[in-house]
Ligand binder design. Structure first.
Ligand SMILES: NC(=O)C1=CN([C@@H]2O[C@H](COP(=O)(O)OP(=O)(O)OC[C@H]3O[C@@H](n4cnc5c(N)ncnc54)[C@H](OP(=O)(O)O)[C@@H]3O)[C@@H](O)[C@H]2O)C=CC1
Ligand SMILES: O=C(O)CCC(=O)C(=O)O
Length: 417
């Protein structure tokens, strides 16, 4: 089984060499600054006490407060969260945000717990983290298995336990909250929309008419479903969706809104419109124009890369392609828009939420989405141009650009001895 942190560090090492990053900066960045692990007890509905393990990995904060999501998933582990935290440092730097990188999570499957148990787990986790998070220090956000409701509980717990009277500014302790409690319009759709905005830009460069193309999406949660909605509005056909239950294939295109509603009610694609599901293997070998992995890391390994029959992969998920698979895809001339660029829409709009919380001035949705488009398209062209100039993949170009920004800041500030 590939390890995410190792995969990310391999590309980081290559990029450091190509970007001529000093040994000192390489040494600072190759491990996270802080690895926080908490074990905390929570009383279940049955009265039983259960112990949970939570992580917050703070990779680097030279550019600003640590920033990155919290994941609730049974596979959460230290290696995974370290890899995800390093990706956040690179993602924020590439997007030009005044944030560093962090990631966290709790190892459990939310599907096995009641809403009130999930609320208690969330509140106890925030309590256990204490001052390790804060609106000017480390700002969590949603990731797999968490969403606006989780962020609302987190903010509420932090406000009630921090001891500070500055309720307004403290709202920015987490982003991705619901709009009524201080979230921004546009955050829910930001990551999925951002992925498609990158695909739209790629399409313009390749004289590619999106409305004539077929798309396949792994994962139909926050990222996958919003990407599908934007594709649908552009007239494109999403012909297959894969989740843990299997692969839904509909030749004429999946009815995106109905599927979103169905999953919200039933928890998965199983049973949708009476369709028989295909296998995971059939998803990864399906002939289509574009694939959007929007689930877990390491989904496209050697086998899936050999089987792939698409022209472009836009990484909605973090780290969905292993190092070896990256090489195979390059040999097959399958292009990749890398995670640190393609899924940066989420953290970009999180930044807008944080700004709105600080100023107490809330923006229209169209303004948020316009600003998102400006930022992500700017990053897209920086990556594209650099990949041509240096003759490297878009992933390497993205890492190189992000590392150069960080290197420059360290060099101008100097390093504390
Ligand atoms: N939310 C955000 O703003 C951002 C998310 N990302 C990344 O995007 C990815 C998805 O996140 P998000 O949409 O928020 O998560 P969600 O929890 O909303 O959705 C996850 C989706 O992935 C599916 N999934 C999980 N495990 C598997 C598997 N083994 N095989 C197939 N499908 C699977 C789930 O299906 P099932 O119900 O069957 O488990 C579900 O459809 C993650 O990699 C995350 O790090 C990146 C940037 C920002
Ligand atoms: O919105 C954020 O702050 C972080 C989103 C995230 O976790 C990610 O981009 O992987």
């Amino acid at each position: 089984m590939d390890k995410l942190f190792k995969n990310v560090v391999n590309i980081f090492n290559q990029a450091c060499k190509k970007a001529d990053i000093s040994k000192t900066i390489h040494t600072i960045l190759k491990q996270p600054k802080n690895e926080i692990i908490v074990n905390f007890p929570v009383r279940m509905d049955s009265g039983e006490m259960k112990l949970f393990k939570g992580y917050r990995i703070q990779h680097n904060n030279i550019l600003g407060p640590y920033k990155g999501g919290f994941r609730y998933h049974p596979q959460v582990n230290l290696d995974e969260v370290k890899g995800l935290a390093m990706l956040m440092t690179l993602k924020c730097s590439l997007a030009g945000l005044p944030f560093g990188g962090a990631k966290g999570g709790v190892k459990f499957n939310p599907k096995d717990f009641s809403i009130s148990e999930i609320e208690k787990i969330t509140r106890r986790f925030v309590h256990a983290l204490g001052d390790n998070i804060g609106p000017n220090f480390d700002i969590p956000a949603p990731d797999m298995g968490t969403g606006a409701q989780t962020m609302n509980w987190m903010m509420d717990t932090y406000l009630n336990t921090s001891g500070s009277l500055d309720r307004q500014c403290l709202k920015g302790v987490v982003t991705g909250k619901s709009v009524k409690v201080g979230g921004t319009k546009g955050r829910a759709q930001a990551t999925g929309y951002g992925v498609v905005m990158c695909i739209e830009e790629w399409a313009k460069q390749h004289n590619y008419k999106i409305s004539d193309k077929t798309f396949i999406i792994q994962g139909f949660g926050n990222v996958g479903s919003w990407a599908a909605k934007r594709l649908d509005s552009l007239g494109a056909k999403v012909v297959a969706v894969n989740d843990c239950a299997g692969t839904l294939y509909m030749k004429e295109g999946v009815p995106v809104r109905q599927l979103t509603e169905y999953i919200a009610e039933n928890g998965s694609i199983a049973g949708f419109m009476g369709q028989e599901l295909l296998s995971r293997e059939e998803f990864f070998s399906m002939k289509a124009d574009v694939m959007i992995p929007a689930a877990l890391e390491n989904q496209i390994g050697e086998k899936e890369a050999h089987a792939a029959q698409v022209e472009l992969i836009a990484e909605g998920a973090n780290g969905p392609i292993t190092n070896r698979a990256d090489e195979i895809l390059a040999e097959k001339d399958i292009q990749v828009i890398p995670d640190v660029l393609a899924n940066s829409g989420g953290v970009i709009v999180s930044y807008f939420e944080w700004l709105q919380n600080r100023s107490n001035d809330y923006w229209h949705e169209h303004h948020v989405l316009e600003k998102l488009q400006d930022k992500i398209i700017k990053a897209y062209h920086i990556v594209h141009d650099l990949s041509i100039e240096l003759d490297v993949s878009k992933r390497e170009a993205a890492y190189i650009r992000a590392l150069k920004n960080i290197d420059e800041v360290y060099n101008e500030r100097g390093i504390f001895p």
